[in-house]
Design a protein around this ligand. Sequence first.
Ligand code: FAD
Length: 354
Amino acid sequence: MKSELDLAIIGGGIIGVFAAWYARKQHPDWHIGLFEQGLVGSGATFYSARLDIPYGHTPLRYQLAQRSRSLFAELRKEMPELPIKDLPFYGIVQEDNAQLVLLQLVDNNARLLPEIIPSLLHDHPLLVLPQHAAVISGATASQAVNNELVNLLAKNFEVTPNSLIIEHTKIVTVTTLEDIFDLQSAGGNYFPAKRVIQATGPWMNEILGTGLFASQKTRIKKIVAFHIDKQPLAGDPLFYFFADDAFLMPKYEAGYWLFSFKCDHWDVVPDINTLSIDEADIQKARGILTKYFPQLVPLCSVGRVFCDTYTPDGNPIIERAGDQSKYIIAGAGSGSGFRLAPAIAEAALDYYNQ
Ligand SMILES: Cc1cc2nc3c(=O)[nH]c(=O)nc-3n(C[C@H](O)[C@H](O)[C@H](O)COP(=O)(O)OP(=O)(O)OC[C@H]3O[C@@H](n4cnc5c(N)ncnc54)[C@H](O)[C@@H]3O)c2cc1C
C-alpha cells in the first residue's frame, strides 16, 4: 500500500461494513481500507437470522435500536433494492410484564390489545397462548431476507478509488508508533493507518499488541436457530416470545419458519467446524415450542448454528481500546448485532468527530 490509510476497519461483518459505509459518507476524502480475514459477510453475519425487532431492554440498547431504526429507514429510501422486508409483529408476553415490554418497544404503534386475541387465533390456529399471556401488536419488525444487504453495502462502498476492501487478509498484530497504527497481516504485509475501528465480532480478543482490553469482560456463546419445515403464507407475522427470549419468523422466500431461542452454551470457539446442534439444543427448543406451537415440535430438528460475542449486561461495546484515542472497538452484538449495526457503526465513527 502506497500511503497510510486515514481509517482501517478490521472485520468485514455487518458492523465493519456499516462503519465503512458511514465513514465514506462522512469523510469523502479519506483513504479507507476494510480488512477481512475471509470474505465480507462470512462471520456471524452470514449465519444471522437478520431480524430487526423494535426493542431495547437496556437504555443503551433502546437508544441504539431507535437510532438503527431510523438509519435503516434512511438506507431503504436511498437503496430501495435492499432485500429488507417488513413483518407484522406479535409479541407474546406475560400479563404482569406487558407494560414494561411496551415501554421497551421502539415503536409508537405497539399496543396491548386483548380483543385481537380471538382474531389472532383464528388467523394462526396453530398458536396456543399460555395462561396469563398477553399479546402486543401494531408494531413492525423487519428482516433482511438474505446476505445481499452486506454485499450491496460493500459493493457501493468500493466505488471510489480511495475505498479498498482487502479480503483474505487476517490482521494478526497492531503496533503503534508516533500516532500511526501499523497493521500486520498473517501474510507479513504492513498497512499503516491513522485510525482503526476493530469490528471483528466473535474474534474480538484475538488481535495482539493493541492493549485492547474492552472495559467489560466478553464471552462467546453459541447461537442456534431451527428451520421449521413448513411453508409460511405471504403476510405471516413474526411471533416474539418475551418470556423465553425466543422467536418464530416466517422465511417466506426460503420456504420455512425459523425458530430462534436462547442457547446457554458458553465459551465456544468461532469456528464453524467445531460448532454443531446437539441433543440439548433440540430438547430446549422443543420445550419452548411446545408451549406456543406444539404442532410444530416434530418439525424442529435441523437448523443453523454459529456464535456471537456477549457482554455481561448485553450491551454492545463501542469504546476506545485502552488508552488509544484513535483505536475504537465496535462489537459484542450479544445476539443483536445485526439490527443494532448501523447505530453501533455510527457511534464508533463519532469518536473521530469529537
Ligand atoms: C444463528 C444466529 C442468528 C442470529 N440472529 C440474529 C438476528 O435475528 N438479529 C440480530 O440482530 N442478530 C442476530 N444474530 C447476531 C448477529 O448475527 C451478530 O451480532 C452480528 O452479525 C455481529 O456482526 P459483527 O460485524 O460484529 O461480526 P461478524 O459478522 O462476525 O464480522 C466480524 C468479521 O471480522 C472478521 N475478522 C475477525 N478477525 C479478523 C482479523 N484478525 N483480521 C481480519 N478480519 C477478521 C471475521 O472473518 C468476520 O467476517 C445472530 C447470530 C447467529 C449466529
